[in-house]
Design a protein around this ligand. Structure first.
Ligand code: FAD
Ligand code: NAP
Length: 474
């Protein structure tokens, strides 16, 4: 656990200087949960395979897919992330996708996380008892949260319906403080959601991604009724992943790659689960030297296709030049772009394809240069015209970010944009995507004598024309 209670020493000191905290208005939970006899139910929702609609951005039904292949893409080394590629067998799904599309994976909470909650709230004996959930006061249109079935069991709700890893909001902390017996712990929780503690909230909660699991681990006397959790925990949402392959070669395969997130000593819900699914296979086949092994197991992953609302796809006109920017797993959608171009090239050799330029960044070419072999092949056969790389953790003064590679190639980049190139940016939105935009603005100012305002206008116009497209997230 990264954040420990003793880390709150500064808060104890800061808050002890104050007699009074300015707290947000506390609202008691309006939910009432009653355990019932099974005969009282008409519509009991406890089936794990029933995925409650609406599914965000769904462009298909949910399909339970087997992982048919998997391989590790990075070295086994603490200096880089664990990145894997998995292939889903989608035979029978009717999935029709194009390069640039994404799927969503529907995760579920781990048994360990659910146990932490149920142990703290002493819910063990009630977990599988059917309940009915209602509002104590139904005036002013109060409703049971849409993500929680009115009739179900807590074991179903805690496993499939609520996000136990989401960062705790201030009102949630306030509600929790009302059910925290230890005075020190209560004071810390109150301070964190007060006006005076807003900096402390950002540093201790937001920046560390502290969730209810962390709160229960750190604040031993915090023991709210389950209704407080059901009122405050957001819906457990599906996680999007870029599709790597084109379906023109094999309609029954869909590939993604993912890097395993680790936060507060916990693996990401989806990436940790996928890694566990393939690790089970790895244990069975650990004798095999080649990590790119095939295995069939029953553990199916619920996936669906997402709408490509941003228009992150190849230009309609094959002759348009492309600039693709994607550090780390941000490269994923471009492998599909390039596979599709290669198919066009092989099938219709007379087709004129626009210039394709890829900017890729990773830490060290020996550790995490994912898809290096594939990119070299694309370069060799002329599907990709130029590959510019940036390695951030190599020794000497060669270490750089993808933005540096853009600056170094600024003149040619601006020429290509003026020739009608479309720019694609995939990856982290908060830092990388913002900085890439600033970098291209700088390139316009340096190589095309534009003012900052003019350069911004050009990029804005490109965005409106869907010639500057970001598939980014944070
Ligand atoms: C359009 C789109 C396409 C995407 N494509 C891919 C893809 O191809 N490959 C891929 O690996 N991911 C991709 N992502 C990210 C992916 O959807 C998940 O967010 C990511 O895999 C983490 O999911 P998780 O359930 O494992 O982690 P969670 O359990 O959701 O993560 C736990 C906590 O970790 C924090 N966190 C999440 N992601 C990161 C991060 N990258 N760095 C630091 N902290 C983080 C959050 O605060 C979160 O609360 C994409 C996202 C979008 C929106
Ligand atoms: N379509 C999509 O939206 C999409 C698709 C796939 C992946 N993703 C997301 O894209 C991100 C890439 O993640 P990853 O884990 O694969 O990458 P990563 O391994 O963390 O990073 C790849 C490289 O980018 C560098 N980097 C870090 N911050 C940067 C910045 N602000 N600007 C430019 N480069 C930066 C890293 O350098 P250092 O580590 O040395 O700082 C490293 O060299 C993830 O957040 C992933 O989930 C999005």
């Amino acid at each position: 656990m990264v954040v420990l209670l003793y880390d709150f020493q500064d808060i104890i000191e800061e808050s002890s200087k104050l007699n009074h905290f300015t707290l947000p208005t506390h609202k008691e939970t309006n939910l009432k949960l009653e355990y019932k006899n099974i005969d009282d139910f008409v519509n009991l929702s406890t089936n794990s395979s029933v995925i409650e609609p609406p599914l965000p951005f769904a462009a298909s039904d949910v399909f339970f897919a087997n992982i048919s292949h998997h391989r590790r893409l990075t070295a086994v080394d603490n200096s880089c992330k664990d990145v894997y590629e998995v292939t889903f067998d989608i035979q029978g799904s009717n999935f029709n996708f194009r390069p640039g599309d994404t799927i969503a994976i529907i995760p579920h909470n781990t048994g360990q996380d659910v146990n932490l909650i149920t142990d703290r709230l002493n819910l063990g004996t009630q977990l599988n008892v059917p309940y009915k959930l209602s509002c104590i006061n139904s005036t002013k249109g109060a409703k049971v949260p849409a993500n929680i079935p009115v009739e179900s069991t807590l074991s179903h709700v805690l496993r499939y319906c609520v996000d136990l890893r989401s960062v705790v909001k201030k009102l949630f902390l306030l509600a929790l403080s009302r059910y925290t017996k230890n005075e020190n712990e209560k004071r810390i929780l109150e301070y964190l959601c007060s006006k005076e503690g807003s900096v402390a909230y950002n540093t201790h909660i937001l920046n560390h991604g502290v969730c209810i699991l962390d709160i229960f681990t750190m604040f031993k006397s915090c023991k709210p009724p389950i209704e407080v959790l059901l009122s405050n925990l957001p819906k457990l949402l599906p996680r999007p992943y870029s599709i790597i392959n084109t379906n023109k070669q094999n309609r029954n395969e869909l590939k993604i790659c993912f890097s395993v997130i680790t936060l507060n000593n916990r693996k990401g819900l989806t990436t940790g689960w996928l890694e566990e699914l393939i690790s089970n296979d790895l244990n069975i086949y650990k004798q095999m030297e080649n990590l790119s092994i095939c295995g069939n197991h029953d553990k199916k992953v619920p996936i669906y296709l997402r709408k490509n609302l941003l228009g992150f796809s190849l230009p309609v006109n094959n002759e348009n030049p492309l600039v693709m920017v994607g550090p780390g797993t941000g490269i994923a959608p471009y492998i599909g772009f390039l596979e599709e171009r290669q198919i066009i090239k092989d099938k219709y050799p007379e087709t004129k394809l626009g210039y394709a330029w890829l900017f890729f960044g990773c830490r060290d070419p020996l550790l995490d240069f994912i898809y290096e072999q594939e990119l070299n092949n694309f370069i060799e056969n002329g599907t990709l015209n130029k590959l510019s790389t940036a390695f951030s953790r190599v020794s000497g003064d060669g270490a750089k970010y993808i933005q540096d590679a853009l600056i170094e190639n600024g003149e040619d980049l601006i020429k290509l944009i003026e020739d009608g190139a479309s720019i694609y940016v995939a990856g982290d939105l908060k830092n990388m995507a913002v900085q890439i935009k600033e970098t291209i603005i700088k390139c316009f100012m340096t190589h095309d004598n534009k003012t900052e305002e003019e350069a911004k206008k050009i990029l804005c116009a490109m965005q409106n024309e869907k010639r500057y497209i970001m598939d980014s997230w944070n």
